[in-house]
Ligand binder design. Structure first.
Ligand code: SAM
Length: 266
């Protein structure tokens, strides 16, 4: 059992793992090896960071809370392949930061602060950095939403955006009892592997806008949600897939959104 000498801050999502066996499983499923650079958000009390450092070539860990500096310093004493950057991850210049390292493979592995799960993923996508694997512990319900197929209640704009880029796999569940302090949600470890075969997008930001607009009013049809765009063009794309404008976004596969945004892009 890991011991921590810190005051936990709820607003920063500070629920730390207690048990090293969970940490070993996370690193195991990630595929990190001696040739890898690993990016981590929120080392906290370093339980995951240490295991990553034992397995990888280098670890770069972003921590927003400078009050954790003494704990991190003592826990990471002797680990000279770890660099902790005290900064808000969402503000970091990732391309510049990783340019300081030489490596063969690049991974993102983190027990993320749950309040910024989606912004972290969108930042990784928008950075255009190619990761060999992204492995994240997230809230169970959020993991379900990320990996659900079309037609289910949880299928939403974030499902579409993430599934365009990644093959998403739920690796294993983690009980709330594994954390200190104990949160009021359970968790799941999810991996995101970059899809090799994607319909090329003419413009990612426009694709994101179309996807978000399509889901704006959940019970409304594509005709209603996308009425400010050229419905004739949208209708033609839908027809190719056997749908018409009365379909709802929750029933459409990722590739259809890509085709619609490409057809509308000027
Ligand atoms: N990795 C540790 C573990 O597994 O026990 C701690 C994980 S804890 C769920 C999330 C960590 O993210 C905390 O240490 C918190 O301070 C840090 N954090 C919160 N917001 C952050 C941000 N915007 N940028 C970087 N770190 C952040």
């Amino acid at each position: 059992m890991e011991k921590y000498d810190v005051k936990f801050k709820k607003k920063l999502g500070q629920n730390f793992l207690k048990d090293n066996s969970i940490v070993k499983r996370i690193v195991d499923v990630s595929g990190v090896d001696k040739h890898s650079l690993v990016m981590e958000v929120g080392p906290g009390g370093a339980i995951l960071t240490k295991e990553l450092a034992n397995t990888a070539k280098n670890v770069i860990a972003y921590e927003i809370d400078t009050d954790l500096a003494p704990e991190l310093e003592s826990k990471l004493d002797g680990y000279d392949n770890v660099d902790v950057i005290f900064q808000d991850f969402l503000e970091a210049d990732l391309i510049l930061d990783i340019s300081n390292y030489s490596y063969q493979k690049l991974f993102f592995v983190s027990n993320v602060p749950y309040y910024i799960t989606t912004p972290i993923l969108l930042k990784l996508i928008k950075s255009k950095i190619s990761f060999d694997n992204i492995v994240m512990m997230v809230q169970k319900e959020v993991g379900d939403r990320f990996s659900t197929p079309p037609g289910s209640r949880e299928y939403g704009s974030i499902t579409v955006l993430l599934n365009y880029f990644f093959e998403i796999k739920k690796e294993f569940s983690v009980s709330r009892k594994q954390f200190i302090p104990e949160p009021n949600v359970d968790s799941v470890v999810v991996s995101f592997k970059e899809r090799k075969e994607k319909i090329p997008l003419k413009d990612f930001d426009f694709f994101e806008t179309i996807v978000r607009d399509s889901f704006q009013f959940k019970r409304k049809t594509i005709k209603n949600n996308l009425k400010k765009y050229d419905l004739k063009i949208i209708g033609k794309v839908l027809e190719q897939y056997g749908y018409d404008l009365s379909v709802r976004a929750e029933n459409l596969d990722v590739s259809i959104f890509a085709e619609i945004s490409n057809a509308l892009w000027k």
